[in-house]
Write a protein that binds this ligand. Structure first.
Ligand SMILES: [Zn+2]
Length: 316
């Protein structure tokens, strides 16, 4: 099971070993049945070496080249007569795009991204959550609170607009990454919506790391036995940090929270943070740079449920 980037690296090593063993097997099988072909291939290699040496020593090569041509002709005839496809001397890759290296022109190959998605899922078990929490399972009646209205718009209508926006943000995240702060009291569906967006991102082959803030911070403790999640939180395409504000706040946790928020903004990577803290509470609990980024660089969206009083106090 892929549980770290080291595992992905090892898996590519195994794949490449497999490529080589398959190539050796195939070649040996063909040579076993066709010793003449092996002899011809060896002669060709020897002639190439001789021609190379002759070039270095400035000796005539015409005769050697003639011999090479004749053997190549003989080989071609042999291959044709014995119905052998002339590719047994080439390595065959599982992924032709990256030749089983995981990278094409310095960028991750699609096969690497698939392994990365598997890795992040093995870390956060996100796929378990999105069996139920996805936009296909969205029940709009959840938002149809009785009498809830703001400037003639029902809460359900507000949510419809928001959800449309969320979907299009995920749709466009490759070109324009988004940073979203979902604010609201418990029970308003913040986590559900964040997971739905994560599910959409997965459909688009994006790697998603979904963690609760406590789980994240615990993983950074020196005595934590599993993998610290910091590196994965930096590397994933979409990072979802759930329930900011439920952790026991210390200077250390604040520094870590500030780091990951700052890092992902600088790296231009998409992030969703859910919290039940209002901006003034964020300001009093976190570093001023965290507050400033969450309020200014993040898109703040409020989910109120049936708390109409608060809905009316905030300009949505
Ligand atoms: Zn590939």
């Amino acid at each position: 099971m892929i549980k770290s980037y080291e595992d992905i690296k090892r898996e590519y090593e195994y794949i490449r070993q497999g490529d080589y063993l398959r190539y050796e097997d195939k070649k040996n099988e063909i040579y076993g049945k066709n010793p003449k072909l092996k002899e011809l291939d060896l002669s060709i290699i020897k002639l190439y070496t001789k021609i190379g040496m002759a070039r270095i020593e400035n000796k005539p090569i015409d005769e050697l080249e003639k011999q090479l041509e004749n053997i190549q002709l003989e080989r071609n005839t042999y291959l044709k007569e014995h119905n052998i496809i002339d590719d047994y001397k080439e390595l065959k890759y599982v992924c032709d795009k990256c030749k089983d290296t995981g990278y094409v022109d310095g960028h991750k190959c699609s096969c690497f991204v698939q392994k990365e998605i598997e890795l992040f899922d093995n870390i956060s078990h996100f796929k378990n959550y999105i069996k139920d929490d996805n936009f296909d399972n969205l029940d709009m009646s959840f938002y149809n609170q009785s009498g809830l209205e703001y400037n003639g718009t029902t809460y359900k209508q507000l949510m419809e607009t928001l959800i449309k926006k969320f979907k299009s943000e995920v749709e466009g995240m490759s070109k324009s990454p988004f940073s979203l702060l979902l604010i609201g009291p418990t029970g308003t569906g913040k986590t559900f919506l964040a997971r739905c967006m994560g599910a959409e991102a997965l459909k688009k082959n994006k790697s998603v790391l979904y963690v609760n803030v406590n789980e994240y911070l615990n993983s950074l403790k020196p005595d934590y036995e599993g993998e610290p999640l910091k590196y994965y939180a930096v590397a994933c395409d979409l990072f979802i940090l759930d329930d900011l504000g439920t952790e026991r706040i210390t200077d250390y946790t604040n520094t870590e929270i500030n780091y990951i928020i700052d890092k992902r903004l600088n790296d231009k990577k998409s992030t969703i943070i859910t919290t039940n803290l209002m901006p003034d509470q964020i300001e009093s609990n976190y570093l001023s740079s965290t507050y400033s980024r969450l309020v200014n660089a993040y898109d703040n969206e409020y989910l109120y449920g049936d708390d109409l009083r608060r809905l009316k106090n905030v300009n949505i």
